[in-house]
Design a protein around this ligand. Structure first.
Ligand code: SAT
Ligand code: MN
Length: 580
């Protein structure tokens, strides 16, 4: 039973507000999980996959397929604390509005109470939260993605915790038949109250909108908690790399959603003798150790990866991870009861049921799987999971990688000239948009540190926080910037990417060890062109493109007004001197 008084009180308040038919406290047992899965099968939310043991397909509502950034709010007490990159509304007003939406929203449904821990159970860097949701689908997904139930409650003790409230926003009247994917896109809101450490999410059942542990807590709220407490929550993968001599270094890497973090996190190196192991594929919580080094834990327990494009060539380890005990959302269904998505095989099957539940053949004009189709799976099944995945202190970070999806301008690889320059590179990141968020795909936008949709406070303060990390007693990891996505005149990718990205990591490794000379330029330390195939194209620096980049950055930095750190203006000044 629940001993924690804060939790008891909150459950009662939410029961009164949401008026569910029943309340179920989630303990985390296998039996409980099987019952919830059976419930989802009975409701036809889950289609069991005949060819994949204990695995299920869910097809979402066609209007509930990705994060909705225009409905995501940071309701800090003061507007300026949300900053120009976040939607903001006065917290009192927004709370009233959300209370209005949640009032009676769970009628005819069960209210699940899901205590959970982000981070290894024994880690001092982990944090406990609780989600209240009316979606069994959310509960079973959370069981993959976090440490749920009694162990989290035990860790919580009598302390207060992060509160995440979620409803699909579709109360059921007596006798009303439920839909397979209940949701309410018209009234969808994902609202954060950073000072209260609360998330209120209404109307969506998909991904980051509904799994509040992920972007809402582990990034948006955690950035603001970390800022106060002196640690960092980042949209970063964590990998352990071993060289042919058996030495190991850990890296973190920040890339926007659907830009290959999961692939890099599970990379199969094409260079002989190298090995990459995965600590995390999406989020890193980082802190400074007593030894002056930067340490990172993965707050998550599973992967919520993009299915589309995942293939034996791009990520064989992800395919092995999802061989069984996996959930799929919005992929296509094969005739023999397996999953398929664009890219999985060179030749598509002759007949499929597409993500909307309709017949599909290779002649069909639409895609069989949604471009933001996803898999959910426990990290434990990853064949290249790092042995330190659960290490309470995390892993020590030797290098930080930033990157974006840029078809022009930005070279394959470089190293920042200093910590401050590295922060400038992070702040200056732009990337072409992907299907991970609702809206146009392929449009270039600023996405500083790949955190544009995930920073829970003023982005300029976040830049300042990054700058403040540099201290004499700390061993600052070198910062690198990569761009795997350069295209040639024919619109084809110049760099092969995937397993070949180990070549870039090897270069970083040698730079960290002071074993490699590099060319010092205004953009950073660059490899010699001869060191990489098609180096002429991969490291071409075009003056006009960089002039445009500088103008663009100038306009962007201006949007942060007085808060924009002077150091970053200085860095932009240096770049301009080089190109104008
Ligand atoms: O936010 S999600 O978890 O749905 C996916 C992403 O944008 O990385
Ligand atoms: Mn992500």
């Amino acid at each position: 039973m629940i001993q924690n008084e804060y939790l008891q009180k909150w459950i009662e308040e939410m029961r009164t507000l949401c008026q569910p038919d029943s309340v179920q406290i989630i303990t985390g047992t296998d039996e409980e999980n099987q019952q919830l899965i059976q419930k989802l099968v009975d409701k036809k939310t889950f289609i069991p996959l005949k060819k994949r043991q204990n695995s299920y397909l869910a097809r979402s509502n066609v209007d509930d397929v990705a994060r909705v950034e225009d409905r995501t709010f940071i309701c800090s007490n003061i507007k300026d604390d949300a900053g120009p990159t976040n939607n903001w509304a006065p917290p009192d007003e927004m709370r009233k509005k959300m209370e209005g939406l949640f009032k009676g929203s769970m009628r005819g449904r069960t209210m699940y109470v899901v205590p959970y821990c982000m981070g290894p159970l024994k880690s001092p860097w982990s944090r406990v939260a609780c989600t209240i949701t009316d979606s069994a689908y959310v509960v079973v997904n959370m069981r993959m993605m976090t440490r749920i139930g009694d162990p989290a409650l035990q860790m919580l003790g009598n302390n207060d915790f992060v509160k995440c409230l979620h409803s699909v926003g579709k109360p059921l009247e007596k006798g009303q038949q439920d839909s397979t994917w209940p949701c309410n896109p018209k009234d969808t809101y994902i609202v954060h109250f950073p000072e209260k450490k609360e998330v209120w999410s209404f109307g969506s059942g998909y991904g980051g909108n509904a799994l509040l542990n992920k972007k809402c807590f582990a990034l948006r709220l955690a950035t603001s908690m970390g800022r106060k407490e002196g640690w960092m929550a980042e949209h970063m993968l964590i990998i352990g790399v071993t060289n042919p001599q058996g030495e190991k270094k850990y890296f973190t890497g920040a890339f926007p959603s659907a830009c290959g973090k999961t692939n890099l996190a599970m990379l199969t190196p094409t260079l002989p003798g190298w090995k990459v192991e995965c600590v995390g594929d999406d989020i890193a919580w980082m802190h400074w150790g007593d030894d002056g080094r930067l340490w990172a834990i993965n707050p998550e327990a599973g992967f919520f990866g993009v299915a589309s494009g995942t293939s034996p060539k791009t990520n064989i380890n992800a395919l092995k991870t999802i061989e069984k005990n996996a959930f799929f959302a919005n992929v296509a269904l094969t005739e023999d009861g397996d999953v398929w998505w664009e890219g999985l095989t060179d030749v598509p099957p002759k007949h499929l049921i597409d993500w909307k539940g309709k017949d599909w053949t290779p002649e069909s004009k639409e895609k069989a799987a949604h471009p933001n189709s996803r898999f959910t799976v426990s990290a434990k099944q990853c064949p290249v999971l790092d042995p330190n995945f659960e290490a309470p202190q995390g892993v020590p970070i030797s290098g930080i990688i930033f990157g974006g999806r840029r078809s022009t301008t930005v070279p394959l690889l470089r190293q920042a000239l200093s910590w401050q320059h590295g922060v400038f590179l992070g702040a200056g990141t732009s990337s072409e948009t992907t299907a991970a968020a609702k809206g146009a795909v392929g449009e270039l936008r600023h996405d500083p540190f790949s955190m544009l949709p995930f920073c829970g406070y003023n982005m300029a303060d976040y830049f300042a926080f990054w700058l403040q990390q540099e201290k004499p007693e700390r061993k600052m990891p070198p910062i690198f910037f990569v761009n795997w996505f350069l295209k040639d005149k024919d619109g084809k990718f110049i760099w092969p990417g995937f397993g070949d990205n180990i070549q870039a990591i090897k270069w970083m490794w040698d730079r960290i060890d002071n074993k490699k000379e590099a060319e010092k330029t205004a953009l950073g330390f660059l490899p010699k062109k001869e060191e990489f195939p098609r180096g002429d194209e991969l490291f071409a620096i075009r003056k006009e493109e960089w002039q445009k980049e500088c103008d663009d950055l100038q306009n962007y930095f201006k949007t942060f007004g007085q808060k924009m750190p002077k150091e970053l203006w200085d860095e932009l000044g240096k770049l301009k001197v080089a190109f104008f």
